[in-house]
Design a binder for this molecule. Structure first.
Ligand SMILES: Cc1ncc(C[n+]2csc(CCOP(=O)(O)OP(=O)(O)O)c2C)c(N)n1
Ligand SMILES: [Mg+2]
Length: 655
């Protein structure tokens, strides 16, 4: 036995002999110069390299070791640094090595600081989540054709969610000069074409002055509502050339564009309708950008004592307020005589119902949810920026007063106009309207609690129980919920008191799975600077798109509590296949799983605690007994409070 093992073991002497043989074989090939000694491959150093070692390892030719003058990309770094950009989430690549080197060596890796990402989709989604807390865009660097294709889905989510991201993609434009092989595979005439349909603006600067102007312009356009991603192609040649007249270049001063406000005549018309309404209803989706936005909406709702239906594209309205009426949304829609929609992504889908029952030709049943005589008002910045190809503008809805403008920026004028339009003799009626909603609010809260108590002790664990066990551990902290809500039947936003604008951050926008995990890390990074505790309910299917972001969170010490909503399924799709099978009067084919083939994440089940731990993250689970949740969560909260990310894997019921 021992002898056999010794024979199998790779023997150093045999190995070296093999190397010599390989060397001989190479030497014997035609066209390869014969040498007396075996070729010597430089060994990578395990230590931080000196400049000389780095030059040897990267095969830098002697002649180009020293460059005189200023590297062009140092000027580019100055341009980037002239704006308030905190981080560069990035998967590294040769096509932007010039700027990369300048940002770290010349720029000191500060404002912006590199965040190492393991996938470009993570880089962009991380920037997406960061903006929703910090209100500032990040710069994402990605590699020409290949990195940008990875980034594309996340850029689409940011586009649909009206979130600015400054994306720059390296490309080598001069076909007569660029290296053959890989760099040429990774270049294109027009890389921006890949994402042009879902970016607000793009450019391919051909000079440094052009770069400076386009970078500042890109930032400015991205930050003007509707906020959207923008794209710049970054030529390798431009980055790596040497600059001899830096003094002649100018960095344009950034002056933020004032957000567009709706036309005052239309504001007064909207106010007149609202003030005269018997049953007004306010619906908000991607409305509030800041704490001020929430405060203003409270003022408007209180002036009218009008109920608010918060579609939760952002945290728009405190669920602790008696006018928060999500529980009664359907009956309020049916009865309303005036409806005000604030930055609705889907006005048609809000006021019409679509029942996915499939009649003979496969279309759903459609009908109006509202009184056909109801007057509809819309305030939205989307009319100011639309593109044709992707269908994120949704179905066409006729409205009676259509204000093109940013809803939050328009709100002070609307509040003022409503106050002026309200007849003094209606104050009593309006107060009475509010009193009705006080009772409706507390009844709805009791119903929600009752519903949450079902299957309290079940295993797998109910999503409501999981939400409340987490809340019990964080309720005294300054918390921010940065992850899944809808997938948990919105239990966190239905059960937790949410009154601060960072209490939840809405969803992905384009519903592209793979957003949640990296966006939660980005939002947690922004919360870190503000001393807040970030918590993320993490759906399992979403986790598996880009699990490498867990490593990014550990590496950059981003405190985030991730609680796996591990239903071991692409549950939404389980339901779709089931529904179609039912419609066709067939039983969904299950193989050895409990859901239809192709929708379960089990056999084998994925061990998320091990996944996190492999990336260096503190983790616990899988937890199947609800009574085991509190002790595991308590420990995880301590880890996060100490400044590190942690994960607790909870095996849950579907929703
Ligand atoms: C990029 C992408 N691929 C596929 C889908 C289709 N899809 C919608 S929901 C869903 C399941 C997601 O599973 P999980 O994140 O675990 O959430 P669950 O439905 O189980 O709550 C899938 C695959 C999608 N929306 N986006
Ligand atoms: Mg799932």
């Amino acid at each position: 036995m021992a002898r056999a093992r010794a024979q199998n073991r790779l023997n150093r002497r045999k190995f070296l002999a093999g190397m010599a043989l390989a060397g001989t074989a190479a030497a014997a090939e035609p066209g390869v110069a014969a040498t007396s000694a075996a070729p010597v491959t430089p060994r990578p150093s395990a230590l931080r390299p000196t400049a000389a070692v780095a030059a040897a390892e990267t095969g830098t030719p002697q002649a180009s070791v020293q460059t005189a003058g200023v590297p062009s990309s140092d000027f580019m770094a100055d341009v980037v640094k002239s704006l308030d950009i905190d981080y560069v989430p990035c998967n590294p690549a040769q096509s932007f090595r010039g700027l990369h080197e300048s940002l770290i060596n010349y720029g000191g890796n500060k404002k912006p600081e590199f965040l190492t990402c393991t996938h470009e989709e993570s880089s962009v989604a991380l920037a997406h989540g960061y903006f929703k807390i910090a209100g500032k865009p990040l710069l994402v660097l990605c590699h020409g054709t290949v990195g940008l294709q990875h980034a594309a889905m996340a850029i689409y989510n940011a586009w649909c969610d009206r979130v600015p991201v400054i994306v720059m993609g390296g490309t080598d434009l001069d076909a007569s000069k660029r290296p053959p092989g890989v760099p040429t595979f990774h270049s294109a005439q027009d890389i921006n074409a890949l994402v042009r349909d879902f970016t607000k603006w793009d450019d391919q600067p051909v000079s440094l002055q052009h770069f400076a102007q386009s970078f500042v312009r890109a930032y400015k356009l991205a930050m003007t509502p509707p906020h959207e991603p923008v794209m710049l192609a970054l030529d390798c040649g431009l980055q790596e050339q040497t600059l001899h007249d830096k003094a002649s270049l100018k960095i344009p001063r950034y002056v933020p564009t004032a957000p567009p406000q709706g036309d005052m005549n239309a504001v007064r018309e909207a106010a007149r309708l609202l003030a005269g309404a018997e049953r007004p209803l306010i619906i908000a989706d991607k409305y509030a950008r800041t704490a001020e936005g929430v405060k203003l909406l409270v003022q408007l709702a209180e002036a009218l004592q009008a109920p608010v239906f918060d579609q939760k594209g952002r945290m728009n309205f405190p669920n602790t307020h008696h006018l928060f009426q999500n529980g009664a949304a359907q009956s309020l829609l049916k009865d309303a005589d005036v409806i005000l929609g604030l930055e609705l992504s889907d006005y048609w889908g809000t006021v019409n119902s679509y029942i996915d029952n499939g009649d003979n030709d496969g279309t759903g049943l459609q009908e109006m949810r509202i009184n056909p005589k109801a007057k509809l008002i819309s305030i939205s910045s989307l009319a100011l920026n639309s593109k044709s190809n992707y269908q994120d503008f949704q179905r066409f809805q006729v409205v009676d007063v259509d204000l093109a403008g940013d809803a939050q920026a328009t709100m002070p004028a609307l509040i003022e106009a409503v106050k002026q339009a309200l007849p003094a003799n209606r104050a009593g009626d309006i107060d009475a309207r509010g009193n009705v909603f006080k009772k409706a609010w507390s009844d709805a809260r009791d119903r929600t609690r009752q519903a949450a108590s079902y299957a309290w002790d079940a295993s797998p664990i109910s999503t409501a129980r999981m939400a409340m066990e987490v809340y019990a551990q964080i309720k005294d902290l300054d918390w921010s919920s940065v992850g899944g809500d809808r997938q948990l039947s919105s239990w966190p936003s239905r059960l937790w008191p949410m009154d601060k604008h960072y209490h939840h951050i809405g969803g992905p926008g384009g519903y592209g799975i793979g957003y949640n995990a990296p966006a939660a890390v980005g939002a947690a990074l922004a919360n870190r600077a503000l001393g807040r505790f970030s918590v993320n309910f993490q759906p399992d299917g979403d986790m598996m798109f880009g699990p490498g972001v867990l490593w990014t969170a550990v590496k950059h010490q981003i405190p985030l509590l991730s609680v796996m909503h591990n239903n071991r399924a692409y549950h939404q799709e389980t339901m779709h296949v089931q529904r179609i099978s039912n419609r066709r009067n067939r039983v969904a084919s299950l193989a050895k799983d409990i859901g239809p083939i192709g929708t379960r994440l089990e056999n084998p089940a994925i061990d998320y605690a091990k996944l996190a731990s492999a990336m260096g993250m503190w983790s616990a689970g899988p937890i199947t007994d609800p009574n085991d949740l509190a002790p595991a969560l308590k420990k995880a909260v301590q880890v996060v409070k100490a400044g590190e990310p942690a994960m607790v894997d909870v095996v849950t019921q579907p929703r």
